[in-house]
Ligand binder design. Structure first.
Ligand code: ZN
Length: 170
């Protein structure tokens, strides 16, 4: 089989209205969804990043890719359509960043453990019990699908400082 051509997608940044929109539910996981997922993985690995949500590449649909190994271990790759956080437990505060919010890193408090449900590209239900960094990435990516960025979790003062830094950089 010939490998399909992979496309490096443009990652949009803070200020683009797509990032503040609630992304649409995926009704049919079709070839188009699969192609987008493959290009998202390629783009995420190249960035490099450990998570990407479809709205970050201008597709306002509920699709995320996650890979804590950044391409080193195929078993770590997660592709989920319509992911949902079913339950959360505990909390942890760690510095966080985002490919759509370049050059900003701030401490964000997130649940330490989450239960996530979504659908694989084969249309099968998938569940994850994640903790630590993986739990954080799931929360961060699902936030993207709801039009929320990590800086929206900051205090108004810190958020304003981050916004100023972003304006200066862009
Ligand atoms: Zn992000």
């Amino acid at each position: 089989m010939i490998e399909k051509h992979l496309t490096l997608l443009e990652i949009i940044t803070y200020g683009n209205p797509i990032l503040t929109r609630r992304a649409a539910e995926i009704k049919d996981i079709d070839q188009k969804t699969a192609d987008l997922a493959r290009n998202m993985i390629y783009t995420m690995h190249r960035a490099p990043g450990i998570g990407l949500a479809a709205p970050q590449v201008k597709e306002s649909i509920r699709l995320i890719t996650v890979d804590l190994s950044v391409g080193e271990d195929e078993k770590e790759l997660i592709i989920l359509a319509n992911p949902e956080i079913l339950s959360v437990e505990g909390e942890e505060t760690l510095e966080e960043g985002c490919l759509s919010v370049p050059n900003i890193a701030e401490k964000v408090t997130r649940p330490f453990r989450v239960q996530v449900r979504g659908w694989t590209l084969d249309g099968k239900e998938a569940r994850f019990d994640a903790e630590g960094l993986l739990a954080r990435v799931f929360c961060h990516e699902v936030d993207h699908l709801n039009g929320k960025l990590f800086i929206d979790h900051l205090s108004p003062l810190k958020k304003n400082l981050a916004k100023k830094k972003l304006k200066k950089a862009n």
